[in-house]
Design a protein around this ligand. Sequence first.
Ligand code: IPM
Ligand code: MN
Length: 347
Amino acid sequence: DKTLRLAVIEGDGIGHETVPEGLKVLDAALEGSGITVETTPFDLGAGRWHRTGETLTEEDMAALAEHDAILLGAVGDPDVPSGVLERGLLLRLRFGFDHFVNLRPTRLVPGVVSPLADPGDVDFVVVREGTEGPYVGNGGTMREGTQLEVATEVSLNTAVGVERVVRYAFEQAAKRRGRLTLVHKHNVLVHAGHLWRRIVEQVGAEHPDVAVDYLHVDAATIFLVTDPARFDVIVTDNLFGDILTDLAGAISGGIGLAASGNINPTGAFPSMFEPVHGSAPDIAGQGIADPTATVLSVALLLEHLGHDAAADRVRRAVDADLAARTDAAARSTSEIGTALADAVRAL
Ligand code: IPM
Ligand code: MN
């Protein structure tokens, strides 16, 4: 029998409510597989910061690194200054564990209402670069508080960093419908844009089976609203990917359904799976948060660890549950989690 060592970071707000439901479904999906899930809770997030002033220590990183994967609920708290948890915890995990692929699938499941009148068959994945771009913190402030203040935020793009994520995106496209769209803004961001274009062209030569296309990020937002069915795999930089995946969530039933994987495909570090939504302090503690995005993140986790059949059952359980939902039958967080776990067992 094998053990799946899972580090669990509930984080803040509704993370405390959705993560236990994700774990319920994970257990259900692995029942009878001979794999035992062994979870280690990590106290990270606003609570820890308020108590100790710590966001993430070297010891935390070393302990997390001993695991096969990480499940994260949400981090963020209105009483913590902006950037503290984002940079000090979430981005530190992504950068420290070299999660260069930020995988964000978007599927409009039958029965789910899209704000688009005629969305068509929406099923694409955004492969967002996760360790570079404007997120690296490469910048600074001069003459702060004066009329002559200068602030820079420099986007870092390396050939190695772009190539590895572009390769991953081509592999995804080859396994899917064979279409890859690079999204950038090379008419303005000429330096980084040129690098991304050249590398997509080079790697594309190894994938004659994948049709490559290019959109400026502004045009991409138009097509995501007018014709999202045209997309199969989108590959893009860290910031464009952040923005596009919120839009992708919005057209496919809301951010409450959007899952993501922060992946290091080499296996050198544990990959981390998290819903795209935040800690939702406005509804936290009421037991009404929808755990579906966390459950779908568990499906990505299972797939990443090679348990494709289990991942598939989780997705099918979610699809069936979404198709049967009605406004009249509002369920609690744990009712949805239990229903999904039961459905997974029955498949
Ligand atoms: C996301 C979030 C994060 C990001 C923030 C919280 C740092 O918006 O996961 O999309 O910008 O990547
Ligand atoms: Mn975001």
